[in-house]
Design a protein around this ligand. Structure first.
Ligand code: FES
Length: 325
């Protein structure tokens, strides 16, 4: 029988073309994660840039498919395929801190150089290695057209990593970031469908990236952004958001605070409640939620009850309270 050769995790593997990639790896004692071998458990997720059988992607979320993921147990090997295991894709890159800009309520906009060949989707997040090898995640606010990678950091009194990232003496130094992760990003297509984005605090970072990404890809449907905070100090990038909404007729920006202060044009109340009170029917909407985990959880349910499709509700997959310090 003719064999085919694939590259798995950098090593060449000779495969039986009639068996799945997973089965070939298992029979050759190659370390691989799997369980059901029937396309149900999703533990055998792998990644490739090559064409694969749509069946091997059918159970996966569109955002995973977009990144090249497929199920190894549902795909036969094709000669020359290059494959990586999903759980071993993350490598760290050295990047330089080019700027740290402090904004009002203890938020720092941190800009980093972009590693060569680094491919990311605005709204994904990176893990950053801080002092004493402490790992924290930060969402990406920039878009690939930008020269630099941008993250937003809320400084916490006892947050070792956040205080380190907000300290301007870090400018010019090298730090380590992971490959981008996460599924909360804009998918091209359906350019006329409306987008609802709700975020609190530095949950604005992924949302602004997603909006700029959608606009740069010609999204002409309605885009409604709701950004909330406890008080005025927690709102930032107000001028930038207003200038973006004057440039694009389809973008509306709504700001809200729990405790009304002196800022004009802010609404009073929980921003998710304000947003959903203005949008009762989310049929056909894509909904992006970032920020406080409780807010994200509750709003997910409410958006679903307002008839948004589950696959159209995207949220940061990590606990923001944990990772933003
Ligand atoms: S092993 Fe369960 S989906 Fe592939």
């Amino acid at each position: 029988m003719n064999k085919v050769t694939i590259t798995y995790e950098g090593s060449q593997v000779s495969c039986d073309p009639d068996k799945s990639i997973l089965e070939n790896l298992i029979t050759q004692d190659i370390d691989v994660t799997y369980s059901c071998q029937k396309g149900s458990c999703l533990t055998c997720v792998m990644k490739t840039d090559h064409d694969v059988d749509p069946k091997s992607r059918a159970p996966l979320k569109p955002t995973l498919v977009e990144q090249g993921y497929f199920l190894g147990c549902q795909q036969k090997p094709n000669d020359g395929m290059v494959i990586n295991a999903a759980d071993q894709i993350g490598v760290f890159h050295n990047v330089r801190v080019t700027n740290i800009e402090l904004r009002g309520g203890q938020v720092a906009i941190v800009r980093l150089t972009v590693p060569d060949g680094y491919e990311y989707r605005p709204g994904q997040f990176v893990n950053i290695i801080g002092p004493n090898y402490t790992l924290r995640s930060y969402s990406i606010a920039s878009i690939p057209l930008d020269d630099e990678l941008e993250i937003h950091v809320k400084e916490h009194e006892f947050g070792t990593v956040s205080r380190w990232l907000c300290d301007k003496s870090l400018i010019g130094q090298e730090i380590e970031i992971s490959e981008p992760e996460g599924q909360c990003f804009y998918l091209p297509g359906r350019s006329s469908s409306p987008l609802l984005l709700i975020g609190t605090g530095t949950g604005l970072a992924p949302l602004i990236g997603i909006i700029r990404d959608a606009l740069s890809q010609g999204h002409d449907g309605k885009i409604e952004l709701y950004h909330g905070a406890v008080n005025d100090d927690g709102l930032y990038l107000i001028d930038e958001l207003q200038s973006l909404s004057s440039e694009y007729d389809n973008l509306s920006v709504h700001l809200g605070v729990l405790n009304k202060g002196s800022l004009n044009h802010t609404l009073e109340g929980a921003i998710n409640d304000i947003a959903l009170s203005q949008h009762h029917d989310l049929t056909g909407w894509r909904v992006f939620l970032c920020g406080d985990p409780d807010m994200v959880k509750k709003t997910k349910t409410k958006a679903y009850l307002a008839d948004a499709a589950l696959s159209d509700i995207l949220a940061d997959p990590f606990d923001i309270q944990d990772v933003k310090n």
